[in-house]
Design a protein around this ligand. Structure first.
Ligand code: ADP
Ligand code: MG
Length: 728
């Protein structure tokens, strides 16, 4: 009999490791596979270069003649780098990236061929969209979808293919991707934030959102990974008893990176750098075999594309090292899961960070304006912000005392809290006499510089201010950052719009500008106080306290998503022209469908593994025990036999019980699944999967994991936690 677990272990232990050639200086090859500014300058006429820059930075429309020039330039550059194909590269709602490669080949009438790539190929393509999720928007008979070039994200070459970042929309113009609404949300944020900036500095002409993500992931030996059908099919272990040692000793975080993993890191960083992804930081994370990588922050749209690209590179390079990348939020029970912190801020066209406290009172008022408006936005739109991090896999991580809870709150640190408290309590001279404008003195508390060095950091908050940016920590490791970026930037855009209306109306009534701003901010501080929490967000007390404050604590995806169909959220999306009602509802359907399918697949795996792996193995071992007892009975006298066989009989009984309970629970779970499948309404069906099917996972697992402890190690077919977590 062959046990695949032992074959996998043997392979994993004996395999020679891949060694990496040195790559030279980063500055020599950074961005060499991208159509970056330097390349543009080289390949484009002065006029075309300038126009393209205007398209990129000012959002101007590109004219056909320039597009032709750009296409010719990109083609020449790509061919000079050895590219033979091109593709429109986009992010459909599957969460992955999509590409369909076409060759540059164009046959000529004389039986030969040329390489062709024109403005038509650059600007727009018409892929068959029928297999991508549309949430009912696209009928199967109208399968056409369009991809359209996004000039604000840099084109790049992967392997032998020129990749053009694009948006993806249906024949009737509805967005079928993440990028389209994100670009619209970023545009709205720009409009609103720029207008607010003009209160302080007339020369501000543009505001961009900046994003620096931190990508956490696990690595596992590929052979061992493939011996676990649950991991191969769902990305996580559905069974598995805890390893005697895992993260208790806290010896992994920031520890020495193992040589084999270091080689993998060197190689993926090299690939990432050639593609212009500014990855900078690497370290071990809390759990064994868990790591993190982070880049220097970039403009949000570029950063999102770079994260999508990086996830792909990580996976690809890991394979070369016989490692499998796990982006799942919770691959292992009992050890930390993986997130993707989104560090988010705003930057003006002059390169100023709007979340950096300034030196002058005026600059500080601007800082406070944005800080307070963000807090207010998170309070007002907390439901939306919670919903965009919801997924079947992230449900396993949020609120598990190692990741932020499902309660949205904002941490700003004690120094800033004090500042806001002072403002809240402050009196403005003109409070008494509305007309005494000239008496108004700007009483902005001095912002202490100390928090700039991140002295007090709270790692339990889902949304923390860290000196000059906010860190949204609830995002899952496998997520497309576009989703949180849409929600945060849209929420803030709306908040700033409201803010400006209120300020303008006070100014109209005769208040001076600073006074008006100060007054509104002071009111916002009061109104949004409940969302601010400085304590331990993992603690039980916070759950109670949050309830008192009226903050939502939504632990499951189907419940978190419900907000998407409320009039409030639909209006928000429509008011800012980010998504139409139809598009919002379609996305809700897609997210729910995805949830249902994920739970359904896991439930099937649990059934299959129980029946085909666990129960037969347990029975085989049980038979051995039974044979042994029979043998003892033959050779021992009755009295000794009774005395000695007692514990063995107990063992047999225990195993039988676990087997029978597993059988019973699996059959009940299948019945519940069948019942849920008969329901047509997606909301109801997702609810049933959550409340009726999902609870069986833990129950079944409990007994399977007990069996793992009882059954002879020689027989156990699934690699164990100690092997998954420690061999590489
Ligand atoms: P930590 O793990 O302590 O949170 P890291 O250094 O791992 O810190 O990550 C910090 C991230 O924040 C980096 O990706 C960094 O580029 C990003 N960041 C720094 N400043 C900004 C900013 N102004 N806007 C967006 N992201 C930023
Ligand atoms: Mg961080």
């Amino acid at each position: 009999m062959s046990n695949i677990r032992f074959k996998a272990l043997e392979l994993a232990i004996s395999r020679p490791k891949r060694s990496i050639e040195t790559t030279g200086k980063v500055s020599d090859y950074f961005g060499e596979n991208t159509f970056n500014q330097a390349v543009m300058r080289q390949y484009l006429s002065k006029e075309a270069f300038q126009q393209l820059q205007n398209v990129i930075t000012k959002g101007e429309k590109i004219d056909r003649r320039i597009a032709d020039q750009v296409a010719t330039a990109i083609k020449s550059w790509a061919i000079s780098k050895g590219a033979t194909h091109y593709t429109h590269w986009f992010h459909p709602l599957t969460g992955a990236t999509a590409e369909k490669h076409d060759s540059f080949l164009s046959p000529t009438s004389d039986g030969k061929a040329i390489e062709h790539f024109g403005a038509g190929e650059l600007i727009q393509q018409e892929p068959d969209a029928s297999s991508f999720p549309s949430g009912g928007i696209r009928n199967t008979f109208e399968a056409r979808g369009y991809t359209a070039w996004d000039p604000t994200s840099t084109a790049f070459i992967m392997d032998d293919t020129l990749c053009i970042p694009t948006i993806f929309i249906s024949y009737t113009g509805e967005a079928l991707d993440y990028k389209t609404p994100m670009l619209k949300a970023l545009h709205s944020l720009d409009t609103e934030a720029t207008a607010v900036c003009k209160y302080f500095d007339r020369t501000t002409s543009k505001v961009v959102a900046t994003l620096g993500w931190e990508q956490e992931y696990f690595l596992v030996d590929t052979a061992i990974f493939h011996a676990r059908p649950d991991m191969a099919l769902s990305g996580r272990t559905l069974f598995g008893h805890a390893s005697a040692k895992d993260q208790q000793l806290s010896d992994h975080y920031f520890g020495t990176i193992p040589e084999s993993v270091m080689d993998f890191m060197r190689e993926f960083e090299y690939e990432a750098h050639r593609l212009g992804i500014p990855v900078k930081t690497r370290h071990n994370e809390v759990a064994p075999s868990q790591y993190e990588c982070a880049p220097v922050f970039e403009e949000a749209n570029m950063a999102v594309d770079h994260n999508q690209l990086l996830m792909h590179i990580l996976e690809k390079v890991a394979k070369r090292h016989h490692l499998t990348l796990l982006l799942h939020e919770k691959p292992y029970q009992g050890v930390n899961g993986s997130g993707k912190h989104n560090n988010w801020s705003l930057m003006t066209n002059t390169g100023e960070n709007l979340l950096s406290p300034g030196k002058s009172p005026k600059a500080n008022l601007r800082f406070l304006t944005f800080l307070v408006n963000i807090i207010k936005a998170v309070d007002t739109h907390s439901g939306l912000i919670r919903s965009v991090v919801a997924s079947a896999s992230n449900d396993l991580r949020l609120g598990a005392h190692e990741a932020p809870p499902a309660i949205m709150s904002v941490f700003i640190g004690s120094q800033l809290s004090q500042t806001l408290d002072e403002i809240e309590k402050s009196k403005i001279n003109s409070d008494q006499a509305e007309s005494a404008v000239e008496e108004f003195s700007l009483n902005i508390p001095k912002i202490p510089e100390i928090f700039l060095d991140n002295t007090d950091r709270n790692r339990t908050s889902p949304f923390a201010f860290t000196g000059n940016k906010f860190e949204f920590r609830a995002v899952g490791s496998s997520a497309n950052c576009a989703k949180p970026m849409i929600a945060l930037n849209l929420a803030l855009a709306e908040q700033l719009r409201v803010f400006r209306k209120e300020v303008d109306s006070l100014i109209e009534k005769g208040a001076n500008k600073e006074e008006a701003i100060y007054k509104i901010i002071r009111r916002y501080i009061k109104e949004s106080k409940r969302i601010r929490f400085e304590g331990n967000s993992y603690g039980e007390e916070w759950t109670t306290e949050a309830l008192k404050r009226g903050l939502a604590n939504i632990s499951s995806t189907p419940d978190a998503l419900k907000v998407m169909t409320t009039e409030e959220v639909i209006k928000l999306f429509e008011d800012h022209d980010v998504l139409s009602r139809r598009e919002v509802v379609a996305r809700y359907e897609i997210d729910l469908e995805n949830y249902i399918k994920k739970i359904q697949i896991e439930s099937r795996i649990i059934g299959d593994l129980s029946h085909n792996h666990i129960i037969p193995t347990a029975i085989r071992y049980q038979n051995t025990l039974v044979e042994n007892v029979k043998g003892l009975k033959e050779v021992l006298d009755m009295k000794t036999f009774v005395k000695l066989s007692n514990s063995q009989m107990q063992n047999i009984k225990e195993i039988s019980e676990h087997i029978s309970i597993v059988r019973q629970l699996v059959s009940e779970m299948i019945d519940k699944r069948k019942k849920a499948n008969k329901v047509d309404d997606t909301t109801e069906k997702a609810g049933l999967y959550n409340t009726e099917v999902l609870p069986y996972f833990e129950k079944i697992r409990y007994h399977v994991d007990k069996l793992e402890l009882l059954v002879d190690d020689e027989l156990w077919p699934l690699p164990k936690y100690r092997e998954l977590l420690f061999i590489k």
